[in-house]
Design a protein around this ligand. Structure first.
Ligand code: ADP
Ligand code: MG
Ligand code: ZN
Length: 474
Protein backbone atom coordinates (compact mmCIF):
# COMPACT_ATOMS: atom_id res chain seq x y z
CA UNK A 1 0.00 0.00 0.00
CA UNK A 2 1.23 3.36 -0.97
CA UNK A 3 1.52 6.07 1.69
CA UNK A 4 0.22 8.63 -0.82
CA UNK A 5 -3.13 9.55 -2.23
CA UNK A 6 -3.50 10.58 -5.86
CA UNK A 7 -5.46 13.71 -6.80
CA UNK A 8 -6.56 14.29 -10.40
CA UNK A 9 -8.46 17.06 -12.16
CA UNK A 10 -9.11 16.94 -15.91
CA UNK A 11 -9.42 19.62 -18.55
CA UNK A 12 -11.18 18.27 -21.62
CA UNK A 13 -11.40 20.05 -24.97
CA UNK A 14 -14.25 19.03 -27.23
CA UNK A 15 -14.62 20.10 -30.86
CA UNK A 16 -18.16 21.13 -31.58
CA UNK A 17 -19.42 19.67 -34.87
CA UNK A 18 -20.92 22.88 -36.19
CA UNK A 19 -20.79 23.43 -39.95
CA UNK A 20 -18.87 26.69 -39.62
CA UNK A 21 -16.22 28.12 -37.32
CA UNK A 22 -16.92 30.06 -34.13
CA UNK A 23 -16.82 33.61 -35.56
CA UNK A 24 -16.91 33.26 -39.35
CA UNK A 25 -18.56 31.15 -42.04
CA UNK A 26 -15.50 29.03 -42.90
CA UNK A 27 -16.30 25.30 -42.87
CA UNK A 28 -14.91 23.06 -40.13
CA UNK A 29 -14.23 20.03 -42.36
CA UNK A 30 -11.28 17.92 -41.24
CA UNK A 31 -8.46 16.64 -43.44
CA UNK A 32 -8.79 19.01 -46.38
CA UNK A 33 -5.98 20.80 -48.27
CA UNK A 34 -4.12 23.16 -45.86
CA UNK A 35 -5.39 26.75 -45.63
CA UNK A 36 -8.53 26.18 -47.68
CA UNK A 37 -10.89 26.83 -44.74
CA UNK A 38 -9.59 30.30 -43.98
CA UNK A 39 -10.89 33.85 -44.32
CA UNK A 40 -9.90 37.29 -43.10
CA UNK A 41 -11.70 36.76 -39.80
CA UNK A 42 -10.12 33.48 -38.71
CA UNK A 43 -6.75 34.55 -40.13
CA UNK A 44 -6.86 37.48 -37.70
CA UNK A 45 -6.62 40.29 -40.24
CA UNK A 46 -6.83 43.76 -38.74
CA UNK A 47 -10.21 45.47 -38.71
CA UNK A 48 -12.45 42.43 -39.06
CA UNK A 49 -15.32 41.79 -36.68
CA UNK A 50 -16.12 38.36 -35.31
CA UNK A 51 -19.78 37.23 -35.38
CA UNK A 52 -20.73 34.50 -32.95
CA UNK A 53 -21.99 31.15 -34.27
CA UNK A 54 -25.36 30.54 -32.55
CA UNK A 55 -25.22 26.79 -33.04
CA UNK A 56 -21.98 26.68 -31.07
CA UNK A 57 -23.74 28.45 -28.19
CA UNK A 58 -26.57 25.94 -28.36
CA UNK A 59 -24.18 22.96 -28.40
CA UNK A 60 -22.11 24.32 -25.51
CA UNK A 61 -25.27 24.95 -23.51
CA UNK A 62 -26.49 21.41 -24.19
CA UNK A 63 -23.25 20.11 -22.71
CA UNK A 64 -23.79 22.26 -19.63
CA UNK A 65 -27.37 21.07 -19.20
CA UNK A 66 -26.40 17.40 -19.60
CA UNK A 67 -23.63 17.87 -17.03
CA UNK A 68 -25.94 19.44 -14.45
CA UNK A 69 -24.40 22.88 -14.65
CA UNK A 70 -25.89 26.23 -13.86
CA UNK A 71 -26.09 28.13 -17.16
CA UNK A 72 -25.20 31.81 -17.05
CA UNK A 73 -27.80 33.74 -19.02
CA UNK A 74 -25.07 36.22 -19.82
CA UNK A 75 -21.52 35.08 -20.40
CA UNK A 76 -18.54 37.01 -21.65
CA UNK A 77 -15.79 36.29 -24.18
CA UNK A 78 -12.27 37.17 -23.16
CA UNK A 79 -8.94 37.41 -24.90
CA UNK A 80 -6.31 35.04 -23.58
CA UNK A 81 -3.06 36.53 -24.77
CA UNK A 82 -0.08 34.54 -25.84
CA UNK A 83 2.19 34.50 -28.82
CA UNK A 84 2.43 31.39 -30.89
CA UNK A 85 2.59 31.14 -34.69
CA UNK A 86 -0.56 29.03 -34.92
CA UNK A 87 -2.58 31.77 -33.16
CA UNK A 88 -2.93 34.50 -35.79
CA UNK A 89 -4.58 36.99 -33.42
CA UNK A 90 -1.87 36.52 -30.78
CA UNK A 91 -4.71 35.75 -28.44
CA UNK A 92 -7.21 32.99 -28.10
CA UNK A 93 -10.87 33.96 -27.79
CA UNK A 94 -12.07 32.16 -24.70
CA UNK A 95 -14.20 32.83 -21.66
CA UNK A 96 -12.69 33.66 -18.31
CA UNK A 97 -14.57 35.49 -15.59
CA UNK A 98 -18.06 34.64 -16.72
CA UNK A 99 -18.09 31.28 -18.49
CA UNK A 100 -21.24 29.86 -20.05
CA UNK A 101 -21.65 27.01 -17.55
CA UNK A 102 -20.55 26.45 -13.94
CA UNK A 103 -21.00 24.18 -10.91
CA UNK A 104 -21.98 20.94 -12.60
CA UNK A 105 -21.28 17.31 -11.88
CA UNK A 106 -21.04 13.90 -13.48
CA UNK A 107 -21.66 10.60 -11.70
CA UNK A 108 -19.30 7.78 -12.61
CA UNK A 109 -19.25 4.07 -11.73
CA UNK A 110 -16.01 2.60 -10.45
CA UNK A 111 -15.71 -0.83 -8.86
CA UNK A 112 -19.49 -1.11 -8.55
CA UNK A 113 -19.81 2.21 -6.74
CA UNK A 114 -21.14 5.55 -7.85
CA UNK A 115 -18.95 8.59 -7.37
CA UNK A 116 -19.82 12.20 -8.10
CA UNK A 117 -17.17 14.26 -9.89
CA UNK A 118 -17.59 18.02 -9.74
CA UNK A 119 -17.45 20.08 -12.93
CA UNK A 120 -16.02 23.50 -12.25
CA UNK A 121 -16.94 25.15 -15.52
CA UNK A 122 -17.56 24.78 -19.23
CA UNK A 123 -16.59 27.61 -21.53
CA UNK A 124 -16.46 28.23 -25.27
CA UNK A 125 -13.23 29.03 -27.03
CA UNK A 126 -11.42 28.89 -30.37
CA UNK A 127 -9.02 26.17 -31.39
CA UNK A 128 -5.56 27.03 -32.70
CA UNK A 129 -4.16 26.29 -36.15
CA UNK A 130 -1.39 23.80 -36.76
CA UNK A 131 2.37 24.20 -37.19
CA UNK A 132 3.95 21.71 -39.54
CA UNK A 133 7.72 21.29 -39.45
CA UNK A 134 9.51 19.76 -42.43
CA UNK A 135 13.28 19.78 -42.57
CA UNK A 136 14.41 23.34 -41.90
CA UNK A 137 11.07 24.81 -42.97
CA UNK A 138 7.96 25.38 -40.92
CA UNK A 139 4.49 25.72 -42.35
CA UNK A 140 1.24 26.93 -40.97
CA UNK A 141 -2.19 25.44 -41.60
CA UNK A 142 -5.05 27.62 -40.35
CA UNK A 143 -7.90 25.26 -41.25
CA UNK A 144 -8.42 24.45 -37.60
CA UNK A 145 -7.92 28.02 -36.35
CA UNK A 146 -11.08 29.30 -34.65
CA UNK A 147 -12.98 26.02 -34.92
CA UNK A 148 -15.33 26.03 -31.89
CA UNK A 149 -14.31 24.17 -28.78
CA UNK A 150 -15.70 23.77 -25.35
CA UNK A 151 -13.38 23.23 -22.43
CA UNK A 152 -14.82 21.17 -19.61
CA UNK A 153 -12.85 21.64 -16.39
CA UNK A 154 -13.36 19.17 -13.55
CA UNK A 155 -12.79 19.64 -9.85
CA UNK A 156 -9.76 17.76 -8.50
CA UNK A 157 -12.12 14.98 -7.38
CA UNK A 158 -10.58 11.88 -8.93
CA UNK A 159 -8.35 9.65 -6.86
CA UNK A 160 -6.95 7.14 -9.34
CA UNK A 161 -6.20 6.62 -13.02
CA UNK A 162 -9.23 4.28 -13.16
CA UNK A 163 -11.51 7.05 -11.92
CA UNK A 164 -10.05 9.48 -14.43
CA UNK A 165 -10.66 7.04 -17.28
CA UNK A 166 -14.18 6.25 -16.07
CA UNK A 167 -14.93 9.97 -15.94
CA UNK A 168 -13.54 10.54 -19.44
CA UNK A 169 -15.46 7.62 -20.91
CA UNK A 170 -18.70 8.80 -19.32
CA UNK A 171 -18.06 12.35 -20.53
CA UNK A 172 -17.21 11.16 -24.02
CA UNK A 173 -20.40 9.10 -24.21
CA UNK A 174 -22.49 12.11 -23.12
CA UNK A 175 -21.09 14.62 -25.61
CA UNK A 176 -21.44 12.10 -28.44
CA UNK A 177 -25.03 11.28 -27.37
CA UNK A 178 -25.77 14.99 -27.41
CA UNK A 179 -24.73 15.10 -31.06
CA UNK A 180 -22.50 18.11 -30.41
CA UNK A 181 -19.21 16.45 -31.46
CA UNK A 182 -17.98 13.48 -33.44
CA UNK A 183 -15.82 12.63 -30.41
CA UNK A 184 -12.99 11.36 -32.61
CA UNK A 185 -9.96 11.18 -30.31
CA UNK A 186 -7.39 10.42 -33.01
CA UNK A 187 -8.42 13.51 -34.96
CA UNK A 188 -8.29 15.60 -31.79
CA UNK A 189 -12.03 16.20 -31.44
CA UNK A 190 -11.90 15.07 -27.80
CA UNK A 191 -8.65 15.94 -26.03
CA UNK A 192 -7.68 15.71 -22.41
CA UNK A 193 -5.06 17.31 -20.18
CA UNK A 194 -4.63 15.61 -16.84
CA UNK A 195 -3.58 17.52 -13.72
CA UNK A 196 -1.98 15.14 -11.27
CA UNK A 197 -0.66 15.54 -7.74
CA UNK A 198 -0.10 13.31 -4.74
CA UNK A 199 -0.34 13.96 -1.01
CA UNK A 200 0.43 11.89 2.09
CA UNK A 201 -2.63 9.82 2.97
CA UNK A 202 -4.80 11.49 5.56
CA UNK A 203 -3.61 15.04 4.81
CA UNK A 204 -5.95 17.71 3.53
CA UNK A 205 -3.73 20.05 1.59
CA UNK A 206 -3.17 19.29 -2.08
CA UNK A 207 0.30 18.54 -3.35
CA UNK A 208 1.91 20.43 -6.24
CA UNK A 209 0.41 19.35 -9.53
CA UNK A 210 1.83 18.70 -12.95
CA UNK A 211 -0.24 19.00 -16.10
CA UNK A 212 0.04 16.10 -18.55
CA UNK A 213 -0.54 16.73 -22.25
CA UNK A 214 -0.65 14.71 -25.44
CA UNK A 215 -3.07 12.08 -24.17
CA UNK A 216 -5.00 10.98 -27.22
CA UNK A 217 -6.60 7.77 -26.08
CA UNK A 218 -8.15 6.47 -22.86
CA UNK A 219 -5.24 4.05 -22.59
CA UNK A 220 -2.71 6.84 -22.79
CA UNK A 221 -4.53 8.73 -20.04
CA UNK A 222 -4.33 5.64 -17.83
CA UNK A 223 -0.64 4.98 -18.58
CA UNK A 224 0.43 8.62 -18.27
CA UNK A 225 -1.25 9.07 -14.89
CA UNK A 226 0.17 5.81 -13.54
CA UNK A 227 3.65 6.79 -14.65
CA UNK A 228 3.32 10.30 -13.25
CA UNK A 229 2.07 9.13 -9.85
CA UNK A 230 5.03 6.76 -9.53
CA UNK A 231 7.42 9.51 -10.63
CA UNK A 232 6.07 12.00 -8.09
CA UNK A 233 6.36 9.37 -5.34
CA UNK A 234 10.01 8.83 -6.23
CA UNK A 235 10.61 12.59 -6.16
CA UNK A 236 9.07 12.93 -2.69
CA UNK A 237 10.78 9.82 -1.35
CA UNK A 238 14.12 11.24 -2.46
CA UNK A 239 13.34 14.27 -0.31
CA UNK A 240 12.81 16.51 -3.36
CA UNK A 241 9.85 18.65 -4.34
CA UNK A 242 7.48 18.20 -7.26
CA UNK A 243 7.76 21.17 -9.59
CA UNK A 244 4.60 22.66 -11.07
CA UNK A 245 5.09 22.16 -14.79
CA UNK A 246 3.58 20.89 -18.01
CA UNK A 247 4.72 17.42 -19.03
CA UNK A 248 4.31 15.61 -22.34
CA UNK A 249 3.39 11.96 -22.45
CA UNK A 250 5.55 9.85 -24.74
CA UNK A 251 3.30 6.93 -25.65
CA UNK A 252 6.13 4.86 -27.11
CA UNK A 253 8.33 5.03 -24.03
CA UNK A 254 5.35 5.23 -21.65
CA UNK A 255 6.88 8.17 -19.75
CA UNK A 256 6.06 11.82 -19.12
CA UNK A 257 8.71 14.44 -19.86
CA UNK A 258 9.07 18.02 -18.75
CA UNK A 259 7.87 20.43 -21.44
CA UNK A 260 7.80 23.87 -19.86
CA UNK A 261 7.46 25.51 -16.50
CA UNK A 262 3.92 26.62 -15.85
CA UNK A 263 5.35 29.77 -14.28
CA UNK A 264 6.41 31.45 -17.52
CA UNK A 265 3.15 30.75 -19.30
CA UNK A 266 0.97 31.95 -16.49
CA UNK A 267 0.26 35.58 -17.25
CA UNK A 268 -2.26 35.42 -20.05
CA UNK A 269 -3.44 38.98 -19.35
CA UNK A 270 -7.04 37.99 -19.86
CA UNK A 271 -9.39 40.82 -20.68
CA UNK A 272 -12.93 41.00 -22.05
CA UNK A 273 -13.04 40.98 -25.87
CA UNK A 274 -14.26 44.46 -26.87
CA UNK A 275 -15.41 43.15 -30.27
CA UNK A 276 -17.87 40.71 -28.78
CA UNK A 277 -21.02 41.55 -26.85
CA UNK A 278 -21.94 39.27 -23.93
CA UNK A 279 -23.66 36.06 -24.97
CA UNK A 280 -27.29 36.28 -23.88
CA UNK A 281 -29.49 33.23 -23.52
CA UNK A 282 -33.13 33.83 -22.64
CA UNK A 283 -35.00 31.66 -20.14
CA UNK A 284 -37.36 30.49 -22.91
CA UNK A 285 -34.45 29.45 -25.10
CA UNK A 286 -32.88 27.61 -22.20
CA UNK A 287 -36.13 25.84 -21.37
CA UNK A 288 -36.59 24.70 -24.94
CA UNK A 289 -33.03 23.34 -25.14
CA UNK A 290 -33.54 21.59 -21.82
CA UNK A 291 -36.77 20.01 -23.05
CA UNK A 292 -35.14 18.72 -26.22
CA UNK A 293 -32.13 17.01 -24.60
CA UNK A 294 -31.84 13.43 -25.88
CA UNK A 295 -31.87 10.40 -23.61
CA UNK A 296 -28.39 10.26 -22.06
CA UNK A 297 -26.23 7.17 -21.53
CA UNK A 298 -27.10 6.55 -17.86
CA UNK A 299 -30.85 6.78 -18.53
CA UNK A 300 -30.56 4.60 -21.58
CA UNK A 301 -28.61 1.98 -19.64
CA UNK A 302 -31.35 1.86 -17.03
CA UNK A 303 -34.01 1.62 -19.70
CA UNK A 304 -32.17 -1.21 -21.46
CA UNK A 305 -32.22 -3.13 -18.17
CA UNK A 306 -35.92 -2.40 -17.51
CA UNK A 307 -37.39 -2.53 -20.98
CA UNK A 308 -35.16 -5.09 -22.69
CA UNK A 309 -34.24 -7.04 -19.56
CA UNK A 310 -30.54 -6.90 -20.33
CA UNK A 311 -28.05 -7.78 -17.60
CA UNK A 312 -26.38 -4.64 -16.25
CA UNK A 313 -23.04 -5.41 -17.84
CA UNK A 314 -24.52 -5.88 -21.32
CA UNK A 315 -26.60 -2.73 -20.97
CA UNK A 316 -23.47 -0.89 -19.89
CA UNK A 317 -21.35 -2.09 -22.80
CA UNK A 318 -24.02 -1.44 -25.44
CA UNK A 319 -25.15 2.00 -24.25
CA UNK A 320 -21.62 3.31 -23.71
CA UNK A 321 -21.62 4.07 -27.43
CA UNK A 322 -24.58 5.81 -28.99
CA UNK A 323 -24.13 4.18 -32.40
CA UNK A 324 -24.11 0.74 -30.75
CA UNK A 325 -27.19 1.46 -28.68
CA UNK A 326 -29.06 2.73 -31.77
CA UNK A 327 -27.94 -0.35 -33.67
CA UNK A 328 -29.19 -2.63 -30.90
CA UNK A 329 -32.63 -1.03 -30.86
CA UNK A 330 -32.86 -1.17 -34.66
CA UNK A 331 -32.02 -4.90 -34.62
CA UNK A 332 -34.48 -5.62 -31.78
CA UNK A 333 -37.21 -3.83 -33.73
CA UNK A 334 -36.66 -6.39 -36.51
CA UNK A 335 -36.35 -9.46 -34.31
CA UNK A 336 -37.66 -9.18 -30.81
CA UNK A 337 -35.03 -11.25 -28.96
CA UNK A 338 -33.11 -8.53 -27.07
CA UNK A 339 -30.98 -10.89 -24.96
CA UNK A 340 -29.83 -12.79 -28.04
CA UNK A 341 -29.12 -9.64 -30.02
CA UNK A 342 -27.18 -8.32 -27.03
CA UNK A 343 -25.16 -11.53 -26.81
CA UNK A 344 -23.99 -11.18 -30.39
CA UNK A 345 -23.05 -7.58 -29.73
CA UNK A 346 -21.10 -8.16 -26.52
CA UNK A 347 -19.54 -11.39 -27.84
CA UNK A 348 -18.50 -11.77 -31.49
CA UNK A 349 -19.13 -8.14 -32.39
CA UNK A 350 -16.88 -6.73 -29.65
CA UNK A 351 -14.28 -9.29 -30.66
CA UNK A 352 -14.42 -7.96 -34.24
CA UNK A 353 -14.13 -4.38 -33.05
CA UNK A 354 -11.11 -5.24 -30.93
CA UNK A 355 -9.41 -7.37 -33.55
CA UNK A 356 -9.99 -5.14 -36.56
CA UNK A 357 -10.01 -1.77 -34.84
CA UNK A 358 -13.06 -0.88 -36.95
CA UNK A 359 -15.87 0.71 -34.94
CA UNK A 360 -19.40 -0.52 -35.51
CA UNK A 361 -20.46 2.65 -37.28
CA UNK A 362 -17.61 2.23 -39.77
CA UNK A 363 -18.26 -1.48 -40.33
CA UNK A 364 -20.43 -3.08 -43.00
CA UNK A 365 -22.67 -4.80 -40.44
CA UNK A 366 -26.30 -3.70 -40.57
CA UNK A 367 -28.99 -4.21 -37.92
CA UNK A 368 -30.95 -6.19 -40.55
CA UNK A 369 -28.08 -8.68 -40.82
CA UNK A 370 -27.72 -9.18 -37.08
CA UNK A 371 -31.47 -9.63 -36.63
CA UNK A 372 -31.49 -12.18 -39.45
CA UNK A 373 -28.53 -14.02 -37.97
CA UNK A 374 -30.25 -14.45 -34.61
CA UNK A 375 -33.39 -15.54 -36.36
CA UNK A 376 -31.82 -18.24 -38.55
CA UNK A 377 -29.96 -19.68 -35.56
CA UNK A 378 -33.21 -19.83 -33.60
CA UNK A 379 -34.98 -21.35 -36.59
CA UNK A 380 -32.36 -24.09 -36.85
CA UNK A 381 -31.09 -23.09 -40.28
CA UNK A 382 -27.52 -22.80 -38.97
CA UNK A 383 -25.78 -23.78 -35.76
CA UNK A 384 -24.57 -21.26 -33.21
CA UNK A 385 -21.06 -22.33 -34.16
CA UNK A 386 -21.56 -21.37 -37.81
CA UNK A 387 -23.02 -18.06 -36.68
CA UNK A 388 -19.77 -17.35 -34.83
CA UNK A 389 -17.70 -18.49 -37.80
CA UNK A 390 -19.34 -16.22 -40.34
CA UNK A 391 -19.53 -13.19 -38.07
CA UNK A 392 -16.36 -11.57 -39.36
CA UNK A 393 -17.70 -11.79 -42.95
CA UNK A 394 -20.87 -10.06 -41.81
CA UNK A 395 -18.83 -7.41 -40.08
CA UNK A 396 -16.31 -6.73 -42.83
CA UNK A 397 -18.31 -7.40 -45.97
CA UNK A 398 -21.87 -6.70 -44.98
CA UNK A 399 -23.21 -9.98 -46.34
CA UNK A 400 -26.76 -11.00 -45.41
CA UNK A 401 -26.52 -14.20 -43.37
CA UNK A 402 -29.28 -16.34 -44.85
CA UNK A 403 -28.28 -15.92 -48.49
CA UNK A 404 -24.64 -16.25 -47.46
CA UNK A 405 -24.94 -19.57 -45.59
CA UNK A 406 -27.02 -21.04 -48.40
CA UNK A 407 -24.49 -19.98 -51.00
CA UNK A 408 -21.58 -21.31 -48.92
CA UNK A 409 -23.34 -24.55 -48.07
CA UNK A 410 -23.23 -23.86 -44.34
CA UNK A 411 -26.82 -24.73 -43.66
CA UNK A 412 -27.24 -26.96 -40.64
CA UNK A 413 -27.68 -30.65 -41.30
CA UNK A 414 -30.77 -32.00 -39.57
CA UNK A 415 -30.87 -35.12 -41.66
CA UNK A 416 -30.74 -37.93 -39.05
CA UNK A 417 -29.33 -40.54 -41.40
CA UNK A 418 -26.33 -38.32 -42.26
CA UNK A 419 -25.81 -37.58 -38.58
CA UNK A 420 -26.15 -41.24 -37.60
CA UNK A 421 -23.56 -42.16 -40.21
CA UNK A 422 -21.09 -39.58 -38.90
CA UNK A 423 -21.66 -40.71 -35.30
CA UNK A 424 -21.12 -44.34 -36.27
CA UNK A 425 -17.87 -43.42 -38.01
CA UNK A 426 -16.59 -41.48 -35.01
CA UNK A 427 -17.39 -44.36 -32.65
CA UNK A 428 -15.64 -46.82 -34.96
CA UNK A 429 -12.55 -44.60 -35.15
CA UNK A 430 -12.28 -44.21 -31.36
CA UNK A 431 -12.73 -47.66 -29.80
CA UNK A 432 -10.66 -46.83 -26.69
CA UNK A 433 -12.83 -43.81 -25.87
CA UNK A 434 -15.98 -45.83 -26.46
CA UNK A 435 -14.65 -48.43 -24.02
CA UNK A 436 -13.87 -45.75 -21.42
CA UNK A 437 -17.29 -44.16 -21.89
CA UNK A 438 -19.01 -47.45 -21.29
CA UNK A 439 -16.80 -47.94 -18.24
CA UNK A 440 -18.31 -44.79 -16.72
CA UNK A 441 -16.37 -41.83 -18.18
CA UNK A 442 -19.57 -40.22 -19.42
CA UNK A 443 -17.83 -36.87 -19.77
CA UNK A 444 -16.39 -38.22 -23.00
CA UNK A 445 -19.68 -37.42 -24.67
CA UNK A 446 -18.43 -33.90 -25.38
CA UNK A 447 -15.36 -35.37 -27.04
CA UNK A 448 -17.63 -37.41 -29.35
CA UNK A 449 -19.81 -34.39 -30.10
CA UNK A 450 -16.68 -32.44 -31.00
CA UNK A 451 -15.47 -35.17 -33.34
CA UNK A 452 -18.83 -35.44 -35.07
CA UNK A 453 -19.02 -31.66 -35.48
CA UNK A 454 -15.56 -31.66 -36.96
CA UNK A 455 -16.47 -34.37 -39.41
CA UNK A 456 -19.57 -32.43 -40.43
CA UNK A 457 -17.72 -29.10 -40.56
CA UNK A 458 -19.74 -27.57 -37.75
CA UNK A 459 -22.98 -27.98 -39.61
CA UNK A 460 -24.64 -30.79 -37.66
CA UNK A 461 -27.66 -29.95 -35.55
CA UNK A 462 -26.20 -30.39 -32.04
CA UNK A 463 -29.43 -31.63 -30.49
CA UNK A 464 -29.62 -34.38 -33.09
CA UNK A 465 -25.95 -35.30 -32.60
CA UNK A 466 -26.54 -35.70 -28.87
CA UNK A 467 -29.59 -37.77 -29.51
CA UNK A 468 -27.76 -40.02 -31.98
CA UNK A 469 -24.82 -40.48 -29.61
CA UNK A 470 -27.15 -41.45 -26.80
CA UNK A 471 -28.76 -44.02 -29.03
CA UNK A 472 -25.63 -45.48 -30.66
CA UNK A 473 -23.55 -45.66 -27.47
CA UNK A 474 -26.13 -47.84 -25.75
P1 ADP B 1 -4.97 26.28 -15.08
O1 ADP B 1 -5.83 27.31 -15.71
O2 ADP B 1 -3.59 26.75 -14.76
O3 ADP B 1 -4.91 25.01 -15.87
P2 ADP B 1 -7.01 25.65 -13.09
O4 ADP B 1 -7.17 26.24 -11.74
O5 ADP B 1 -8.01 25.97 -14.13
O6 ADP B 1 -5.56 25.96 -13.61
O7 ADP B 1 -6.98 24.09 -12.86
C1 ADP B 1 -6.92 23.21 -13.88
C2 ADP B 1 -7.24 21.80 -13.42
O8 ADP B 1 -6.35 21.37 -12.42
C3 ADP B 1 -8.61 21.60 -12.85
O9 ADP B 1 -9.19 20.49 -13.48
C4 ADP B 1 -8.38 21.31 -11.38
O10 ADP B 1 -9.32 20.41 -10.87
C5 ADP B 1 -7.01 20.68 -11.40
N1 ADP B 1 -6.23 20.84 -10.18
C6 ADP B 1 -6.06 21.95 -9.46
N2 ADP B 1 -5.24 21.72 -8.41
C7 ADP B 1 -4.89 20.42 -8.49
C8 ADP B 1 -4.03 19.57 -7.70
N3 ADP B 1 -3.35 20.01 -6.64
N4 ADP B 1 -3.90 18.28 -8.08
C9 ADP B 1 -4.53 17.81 -9.17
N5 ADP B 1 -5.32 18.56 -9.93
C10 ADP B 1 -5.51 19.84 -9.61
MG1 MG C 1 -4.90 24.19 -17.56
ZN1 ZN D 1 -12.87 32.07 -41.43
Amino acid sequence: MSAYETVIGLEVHVHLCTKSKLFCSCPTTFGVEPNTNVCEVCAGMPGVLPVLNQTAVEYATRAGLALNCAINNDSVFARKNYFYPDMPYNYQISQFERPLCEHGHLDIEVGGETKRIGITRIHMETDAGKNIHEGDHSYLDLNRAAVPLIEIVSEPDMRSAEEAVAYLKALHAIVVYLGITDGNMEEGSFRCDANVSIRPKGTVEFGTRTELKNLNSFRHVQKAIEFEVARQQDVLEDGDKVIQETRLFDSVKGVTMSMRDKEEAHDYRYFPDPDLVPVHISEEQLESWKASLPELPAARRRRFMDEWKLPEQDAEIITADRAQADFFEAAVALYSEPRKIANYMTGPMLREINQTGVALKDSALKPEALAELAKIVDGGLISAKIAQDIFSDLYAEGVMPEAYVREKGLVQVSDTSAIDAAVAEVLAENPAEVEAYKGGKTKLVSFFVGQVMRKMRGKANPALVNEALGRLLK
